[in-house]
Design a protein around this ligand. Structure first.
Ligand SMILES: Nc1ncnc2c1ncn2[C@@H]1O[C@H](COP(=O)(O)OP(=O)(O)OP(=O)(O)O)[C@@H](O)[C@H]1O
Length: 651
């Protein structure tokens, strides 16, 4: 049976502006089981012909039938499958992958087939035994001699049980003894029915050939059959030349294995790739931790501002150095005479910190005197006991509500319930009637380090003053807050007998405005830090792309070899994309750990609130994978589209 039939085959290489015709209409027939030696002078076109016969290159013109089927109708992927299943290659340069062991090199073509791992392992061992390399399976190519490398390459070419073996000057780099050994192996293989097509310069190596084809200036000048030999390889009849498909799961497992192998094989390059993305992810995590911490703090501040629609009234200094001395009568006056007001709370606090003593323990804290409605307006919740009533306020009762920090300082345990007990404020006994629910501390400010007493008690018994420091005015829901604010100023100026020109003697602050400002500051923070982190990740991604391009360029020969032994475009594309995604995900994980550690340490030293959310961790990880995918596609595509023979010839 004719296994190869070519008619009028031409090949012209196209250089930039120059056409180089190499084969000028070659006709050749090879029968199954033959051992063909192709000979000719250097530059005559032997390798070009062999590469076309081996489906590594395409002819410019003419017909090439492999097993009776025209090959020009096959797609690139089908050609890859044909190379993988039916053809074996032995190169002058051996083309073993230096980072893989001899055993791994031999098994390599099997990863592009559907054969089982165990089978491949067993077959590889058998083949290595056959070529006399059983003792060297764990060695790397650089650790064995040239002859041994070529024997390993022969074993590799046999792993998928090929029907034809193409050998391009297989002994070109070997000494005489090794050359003889290699030719002997090829002869033995030919005796099992495998067709051998070998390019050689050396006439003595053609002793075992059954046919010698001589080529000169791109034309066959002699095609001489020396011995009659043909075989009817039973495998040949069983096999069909069609593209095989096999489990995607297995394919991806192999891509993953190849990617990790290649990353481990190029540690320095992998570390550099990981580093770039790691820094990007670390900055993303650190920034999101800081922004989320700040957001939480701001949210707490907003909550501490109390109910919505509250106006804070505070004395202020006008241009004439006048300021309104707010007093307790203003509270009732505003309630009565300004429409749109729901309730008013007055307040004063001791700026100098007080000494509160009980059981001989002292504690410095903030003493605040407020109206009974204050707790409701400012969202103060009581964890034990109760807040004081308006009656207790009017009757100047000596009762106090304590914050958790005060309790901890006085009783040693913040969970202690001191209701009913007495504490001394300025040598006067106050009964503790309630405990404030913890609000937490924010940077230097501890919201729980306070004692609240009724306003009248504070003014008349403790502070000895009639001046209020602030008033909180809650506005009706349907009222226009700006108008109410204006009316309050007018009423206070009137009550304190000040002209309208002194309107700056009091300030009315709209808490809603403050809330809006805080929220918009949070948003600005998020966008600012988010874009910085995004840019640093982008830079990391561009770094990955550069390194991947370098990797593709460094490994062009490897890509050529993989394609020669059967990898199709998708195999190469996925291998490189998975490598890039894999590197980015590892960079992402290290970046998450590094960024979290960094933000916690920075937070401790700078006194910033830090909050690392599971979302930001998940987002950083997925985003780093996405960066790997996005920036890996271009280099991977470049690798996938390489022509096998051009890639193999790459230096
Ligand atoms: N990719 C290419 N682009 C342009 N010219 C090429 C290319 N490959 C080969 N050639 C040219 O084609 C001609 C034949 O090359 P080929 O490698 O087939 O010769 P050969 O007979 O195998 O030679 P040798 O025995 O020295 O390997 C040479 O002149 C070579 O320069």
């Amino acid at each position: 049976m004719k296994v190869i039939e070519i008619k009028n085959l031409k090949k012209t290489y196209r250089l930039e502006k120059l056409d180089v015709p190499v084969l000028h209409g070659v006709n050749l027939e090879i029968t199954q089981g033959e051992f063909v030696a192709i000979m000719g002078q250097s530059g005559s076109g032997k390798s070009t012909l062999l590469n076309i016969l081996g489906l590594l290159d395409k002819p410019s013109e003419g017909s090439y039938k492999l097993a009776g089927i025209e090959t020009s109708n096959y797609s690139n992927n089908e050609l890859a499958a044909l190379r993988n299943c039916y053809l074996g290659f032995i190169f002058q340069q051996f083309n073993l992958l230096p980072k893989l062991t001899i055993l791994e090199n031999v098994s390599l073509p099997a990863i592009y087939t559907d054969s089982k791992d165990k089978e491949t392992f067993r077959d590889s061992l058998k083949l290595l035994d056959m070529v006399g390399l059983s003792e060297r399976i764990k060695h790397r190519p650089s650790e064995v001699s040239g002859g041994q490398q070529q024997r390993a390459a022969i074993a590799r070419s046999l792993i998928n049980k090929p029907l034809i073996i193409f050998a391009d000057e297989p002994t070109g780099n070997l000494d005489t003894k090794s050359s003889k050994e290699i030719i002997k192996i090829l002869e033995d293989l030919n005796n099992t029915g495998i067709t051998i097509i070998m390019v050689t310069h050396e006439a003595e190596l053609t002793a075992c050939a059954t046919k010698i084809v001589k080529i000169q200036d791109g034309l066959i000048i002699s095609d001489k059959k020396i011995a009659e030999k043909s075989s009817s390889n039973p495998v040949f009849q069983k096999k069909t030349f069609k593209h095989k498909t096999f489990s995607l799961v297995r394919k991806f497992r192999d891509y993953f294995k190849e990617a990790s192998r290649s990353l481990l094989g190029n540690k320095m390059r992998s570390i550099l790739s990981v580093l770039g993305i790691m820094m990007g992810v670390a900055s993303l995590i650190a920034m999101s931790a800081i922004v989320n911490g700040a957001k939480r703090g701001i949210a707490k501040d907003i909550a501490n501002l109390g109910k919505p629609d509250i106006l804070l009234v505070v004395p202020s200094c006008s241009q004439n150095n006048t300021y309104i001395k707010l007093n307790i009568d203003d509270i009732d006056d505003l309630k009565k005479n300004v429409s749109g007001i729901r309730t008013v709370s007055g307040g004063c606090y001791q700026r100098e910190q007080l000494n509160i003593a009980t059981n001989s323990k002292n504690c410095n804290t903030m003493l605040i005197g407020v109206s009974a409605v204050y707790a409701d307006l400012k969202n103060y919740y009581i964890s034990d006991g109760r807040f004081f009533t308006e009656t207790e306020n009017r009757e100047k009762k000596k009762v106090a509500v304590l914050g958790k920090t005060v309790i901890k300082k006085l009783y040693g345990d913040e969970n202690f319930n001191p209701t009913g007990k007495y504490i001394k404020i300025n040598r006067t006994d106050f009964q503790v009637i309630g405990v404030l629910q913890a609000k937490g501390s924010r940077e230097w400010r501890d919201e729980d380090n306070k004692v609240i007493i009724p306003l009248n008690t504070a003014l008349y018994r403790t502070f000895g003053t009639k001046e209020l420091e602030f008033m909180d005015v809650q506005v009706n829901e349907d009222a226009d807050i700006t108008k109410v604010s204006e009316s309050i100023i007018k009423r206070l100026l009137f009550m304190h007998r000040l002209p309208a020109t002194e309107r700056n003697a009091v300030r009315v602050i709209n808490m809603n405005e403050i809330k809006k400002t805080l929220s918009s500051a949070t948003r600005t923070f998020t966008y600012l830090f988010g874009s910085i982190a995004f840019i640093s990740l982008l830079i990391g991604g561009i770094g990955i792309m550069n390194i991947m391009f370098v990797s593709v360029s460094e490994r062009t020969k490897e890509i050529g070899l993989r394609k020669a032994i059967g990898a199709n475009n998708a195999d190469i594309l996925f291998q490189f994309i998975i490598e890039s995604v894999f590197v980015c995900c590892i960079g992402g994980i290290i970046g998450i750990l590094f960024g979290s550690g960094l933000s916690v340490i920075t937070g401790k030293f700078a006194g910033w609130a830090i909050y690392i959310t599971p979302f930001s961790i998940g987002f950083a990880f997925c985003f780093s994978g996405l960066i790997g995918l996005t920036f890996g596609v271009w280099p991977a595509r470049k690798a996938a589209l390489l022509n096998p023979i051009d890639a193999l010839r790459h230096d």
